[in-house]
Design a protein around this ligand. Structure first.
Ligand code: GLC
Length: 571
C-alpha cells in the first residue's frame, strides 16, 4: 500500500516529467521599475512607452522575461504599490493601449511580460475604501478591510500592538473613531481576505490581465493576505527584528495557500504557461517552498539567497538548502541579488556585511568586483534568476541623496525597516552625456550622480571589460551551454581551499573565490568567461586575459583564480 504523507510539501500530486519542461524553470527575468527605466515624454518620470522603446535592448541583453513593477492608477504613496484602480494605467505611465502595445511588441521579440499584482492592500483611494470611509461606520464595505474599535477608555488606543513595516503603529484612526489596519503606509489599508468579494475581485483582476496577454504575475506581499483569527497581539517591542525569522500573526499564515490554489486553476486555464512568482518573506526556505507546491504558484523569490554575504561557506549552505527545499515540490530554485527594496548588491558587497539596507558607499571598486563575480555564480546555478534593472551596468546604490528629494514612504516613518530604498531607484543612464544621461529629455525624478555617464549603456557597449558586456556574454553562454539553468543540483568539487567554491554542472565547471587574495587551483577545463582578468597559469602557453574572451589554459596545469572572482569553464 502506498503511504500517503501528511507533510504539507507533499500534499499535491508529485510533478510529472511534463511538469518540468516550462519556460520559466530556467528563465532569466529582468525587473523593470517603470518610473526609473526610460522616460519617453520628458516629464522626468519613466513610462510604458519608454520601456517599449527599449525592448530591443532587453532582447539583446539575453533575458527571457520582463517583470514590471506596478504601473496602475495610483496616488503613488508607495511608488505605485498603493493601487487605486487595478484595471487602469496611471496617466504618468501611459494608457491601457500603451500596455497592450508593450505586451505585443515584447511577444514579437520573444520576450514574456510579467506584471505585479498587489493583493494585500489597496490604496486608500480605491473605491471600496473611499466608500467605506465616506458612508460612515455602518458601511458594509468596511468588512472588506480590517476595521476595529480601539482599546482604552475612549477607544483611543490601537486595537492591537502590531507595527507597520514602514514604522509606527499598523493602525490609523478615522474621524468617526474606528481604526483600520495597514501593515505598510496608512495610505495602504489591508484587505480582509475572509470576505468573498475580495477573493472574487482579485480573480477578476487576474483574468483582466491574462486576457490582455500577460505571461504572469509577481505577487506582492504574497505572505501577508491572511491574518491570524482575532488579530492577536504580538507582544513585546522590536517587532521588526522578528520579521522573516518567525511566523507572525500577519505573515506566512497557512491560510494563504488556499488563495494560491484558486489562482493556479485560473492560470492553468490560459494557454502558454502563465506563471506567478511569490514575494513571500518567510522564516525558512522550507516554508517558502509551500508557496510553490505543484498546485500553487510557480516560483518564489529566494530572499535567503539575497541576504547571503559574499562568503563561500554561507553561499554554499544557502545554495544547497534552497535546492533541497525546492526538490520535493518540484519547483525550480530562484536566485536574486537585487531589487527595488534593497541596497544594490554592488554597494552591499562594498561594505562589511550588515543586512540589506546599507547607507554608506564603502569601497565601490571592491563592491563591483564582487558583484560581477556574484552574478557569474548566480547565472551558473540551476533554476531561474532575477535581475534588477541597472545591475547589468554595475550601478551602485546612491547613498547620498539629499533628504528633500527622497520619496520612499518608509523614510518618513523613521523607525521603518527600510527607509532608504530611493538609493536603488535612481533612473538609469543610457547615454554618456545629455539630459539625465538619456533617461529622458526633462531631467529625472531622483537626481543621478555626476559621472553616471561613464556607467551608461552607451559608454559600456562594445567595451569588453565592461559589466554590461559581461552580462551579455554570460546570458548568451547560458543559452548556448546546454542545460546550464536546468537541473536540480550542483556537484561540489572536493579539495577546494577555504573561501573557494568549485562545482560541476553537465559539461561545465564554475570556480568562485570569495577571498581577498588569489588562490591556485588545477585548471578544470577550457575557460569561457571570467568576472575579472585571469593571469598566471603555470606553464600556460597561451592565456587570454580579457574578461569575456575565451582563454586557453593547458589542462593539468594550475591557474591563479584572482581575488573576489568567478570563472566559467567548459569541459
Ligand atoms: C512589497 C514591495 C514594496 C512595497 C511593499 C508594500 O514589499 O516590493 O516595494 O513597499 O510590498 O506594497
Amino acid at each position: 500500500m502506498t503511504q500517503h504523507s501528511a507533510a504539507p510539501a507533499d500534499r499535491a500530486a508529485a510533478p510529472s516529467a511534463a511538469d518540468r519542461t516550462g519556460w520559466w524553470r530556467d528563465a532569466v527575468i529582468y525587473q523593470v521599475y517603470p518610473r526609473s527605466f526610460a522616460d519617453s515624454n520628458g516629464d522626468g518620470m519613466g513610462d510604458i512607452e519608454g520601456v517599449r522603446s527599449r525592448l530591443p535592448y532587453l532582447r539583446d541583453l539575453g533575458i527571457d522575461a520582463v517583470w514590471l513593477s506596478p504601473f496602475y492608477a495610483s496616488p503613488q504613496a508607495d511608488a505605485g504599490y498603493d493601487v487605486a484602480d487595478y484595471r487602469a494605467i496611471d496617466p504618468m505611465f501611459g494608457t491601457l493601449l500603451d500596455a497592450d502595445a508593450l505586451i505585443r511588441d515584447a511577444h514579437d521579440l520573444g520576450l514574456r511580460i510579467i506584471v505585479d499584482v498587489v493583493p494585500n492592500h489597496t490604496s486608500d483611494q480605491y473605491e471600496w475604501f473611499r466608500r467605506a470611509i465616506g458612508d460612515g461606520p455602518s458601511s458594509p464595505l468596511r468588512d472588506r478591510y480590517h476595521f476595529r474599535a480601539g482599546k482604552g477608555e475612549n477607544g483611543e488606543l490601537p486595537p492591537n500592538d502590531w507595527e507597520s513595516i514602514f514604522g509606527g503603529p499598523a493602525w490609523t484612526r478615522v474621524a468617526d473613531g474606528s481604526w483600520y489596519l495597514h501593515l505598510f503606509a496608512p495610505e495602504q489599508p489591508d484587505l480582509n481576505w475572509e470576505h468573498p468579494a475580495v477573493a472574487d475581485e482579485f480573480r477578476s483582476i487576474l483574468r483582466f490581465w491574462l486576457d490582455m496577454g500577460v505571461d504572469g504575475f509577481r505577487v506582492d506581499v504574497a505572505h501577508g493576505l491572511v491574518k491570524a483569527p482575532g488579530l492577536p497581539d504580538l507582544g513585546g517591542s522590536d517587532q521588526l527584528r522578528l520579521l522573516g525569522n518567525d511566523v507572525m500573526p500577519f505573515f506566512d499564515q497557512d491560510g494563504v495557500h488556499e488563495i494560491y490554489r484558486s489562482w493556479r486553476t485560473i492560470l492553468d486555464e490560459y494557454p502558454g504557461e502563465r506563471i506567478a512568482v511569490a514575494e513571500a518573506w518567510t522564516p525558512t526556505v522550507e516554508r517558502t517552498a509551500h508557496y510553490v507546491r505543484p498546485d500553487e504558484l510557480h516560483q518564489a523569490f529566494n530572499f535567503q539567497y539575497l541576504g547571503t554575504h559574499w562568503d563561500a561557506a554561507e553561499l554554499r549552505e544557502v545554495i544547497d538548502g534552497s535546492l533541497a527545499a525546492m526538490r520535493p515540490v518540484g519547483a525550480p530554485a530562484t536566485w536574486v541579488l537585487s531589487n527595488h527594496d534593497v541596497t544594490r548588491h554592488t554597494t552591499r558587497f562594498a561594505n562589511p556585511p550588515a543586512g540589506t539596507q546599507i547607507r554608506t558607499p564603502g569601497d565601490p571598486e571592491l563592491g563591483l568586483r564582487r558583484a560581477r563575480a556574484a552574478t557569474l555564480l548566480m547565472l551558473a546555478l540551476p533554476g531561474s534568476a532575477y535581475l534588477y534593472q541597472g545591475e547589468e551596468l554595475g550601478l551602485p546604490d546612491v547613498t547620498d541623496l539629499p533628504d528633500e528629494v527622497r520619496q520612499d514612504p518608509s523614510f518618513f516613518r523613521a523607525a521603518g525597516q527600510d527607509g532608504f530604498r530611493d538609493g536603488c531607484r535612481v533612473p538609469l543612464p543610457w547615454t554618456a552625456e545629455g539630459s539625465s544621461y538619456g533617461f529622458g529629455s526633462g531631467g529625472s525624478w531622483l537626481p543621478q550622480p555626476a559621472g553616471w555617464g561613464a556607467l551608461s549603456v552607451e559608454a559600456q557597449t562594445g567595451d569588453s571589460g565592461s559589466t554590461l558586456e559581461l552580462y551579455r556574454r554570460a546570458l548568451s553562454l547560458r543559452r548556448e551551454l546546454p542545460g546550464l539553468g536546468a537541473g536540480e543540483s550542483v556537484e561540489w568539487l572536493p579539495g577546494t581551499p577555504d573561501g573557494v567554491l568549485a562545482f560541476a554542472r553537465p559539461g561545465f565547471r564554475c570556480t568562485v573565490n570569495t577571498t581577498g587574495r588569489p588562490v591556485r587551483l588545477p585548471v578544470p577545463g577550457r575557460m569561457v568567461l571570467a568576472s575579472t582578468e585571469v593571469t598566471g597559469a603555470t606553464g600556460a602557453a597561451e592565456v587570454t586575459g580579457a574578461t569575456g574572451a575565451t582563454g586557453v589554459l593547458p589542462e593539468n596545469s594550475e591557474f591563479e583564480l584572482p581575488a573576489d572572482s568567478t570563472v566559467w569553464w567548459s569541459v
